[in-house]
Write a protein that binds this ligand. Structure first.
Ligand SMILES: Nc1ncnc2c1ncn2[C@@H]1O[C@H](COP(=O)(O)OP(=O)(O)OP(=O)(O)O)[C@@H](O)[C@H]1O
Length: 242
């Protein structure tokens, strides 16, 4: 079997005295869309941040295509769509600039896009149906369009691993459907997608695997096996199985 695209091994994260993530492990292979399910505060964002290398691992380590998060980030192999609240939507930046940012790691210090890069950006905008919004300020877009812009950034970057934290929160139905289709399409070309959501019906339509969390990864497998009402109740009420 090939190597995992995303290998999270025994990772713990603490903020001061709060242990947000406790010895979490998860391996995902190329071509897989995995749903990350857990209640508020179960550590989903901390798992994403440790995976990106933006919070330190107190124990364990993360490998993305065999590389450290820092190396994978600078090689443009991984892209992260954070929760909306973590983004400053007032920042004066156009939709096109948001998408082009995905390519910055691959550009020189001038960050000048050549014709091929321009085509990547245009193609990414087309894939998420935002061509008509190219020159709008990002904050002028609806919640769903904003998420689509960030997914376009990952497409332009040709990221092999995509991490999406609550991409369906505050998103209209059409954008939600489109995001699901685009993520599935990326996976069909070998990308690995880890997506957290509270919206189980939307999530289950688009995932191959599911991981249930409560301060650690409790279970990981097929959605049928993991997302039973009994398991979900246990994870959300705290009565977790060993
Ligand atoms: N910067 C921080 N400082 C202190 N505690 C934090 C910080 N970030 C998260 N926490 C705590 O760590 C725990 C896990 O938080 P995290 O944001 O990872 O969970 P989550 O599953 O993503 O939650 P939500 O769905 O509400 O975003 C929570 O108890 C939270 O209060």
């Amino acid at each position: 079997m090939n190597h995992p695209a995303l290998d999270i091994r025994d990772v713990s994260v603490s903020y001061g005295s709060v242990r947000a993530l406790n010895h979490a492990s998860l391996q995902l292979y190329p071509g897989v869309v995995c749903g990350l399910v857990g209640m508020n505060g179960s550590g989903k964002s901390s798992l994403f941040k440790a995976t990106m290398g933006v919070v330190p691992c107190e124990t364990g380590e993360v490998r993305i295509a065999g590389m450290t998060p820092e190396k994978a980030r600078s090689a443009g192999l991984v892209s992260y769509v954070p929760q909306s609240e973590e983004i400053d939507w007032g920042f004066p930046i156009s939709v096109r600039e948001v998408v082009a940012m995905g390519l910055y790691g691959k550009l020189g210090i001038t960050r000048k896009l050549n014709r091929r890069h321009e085509r990547h950006v245009e193609h990414a905008l087309e894939q998420v149906a935002l061509t008509d919004y190219t020159h709008r300020q990002i904050g002028e877009l609806s919640g769903g369009q904003r998420k689509r812009a960030f997914v376009a950034r990952a497409i332009a970057q040709q990221a092999r691993v995509l991490l999406l934290d609550e991409p369906f929160a505050g998103v209209d139905y059409a954008s939600e459907q489109m995001l699901g289709q685009v993520l599935r399409e990326l996976a069909s070309h070998g990308a690995t997608v880890l997506v957290s959501s509270h919206d189980l019906p939307s999530l289950t339509q688009m995932i191959d695997e599911a991981a249930l969390m409560r301060r650690t990864i409790l279970m990981h497998g097929t959605p049928e096996h993991v997302l039973t009402s009994e398991n979900i109740m246990q994870a959300f009420s705290g009565q977790t199985k060993a």
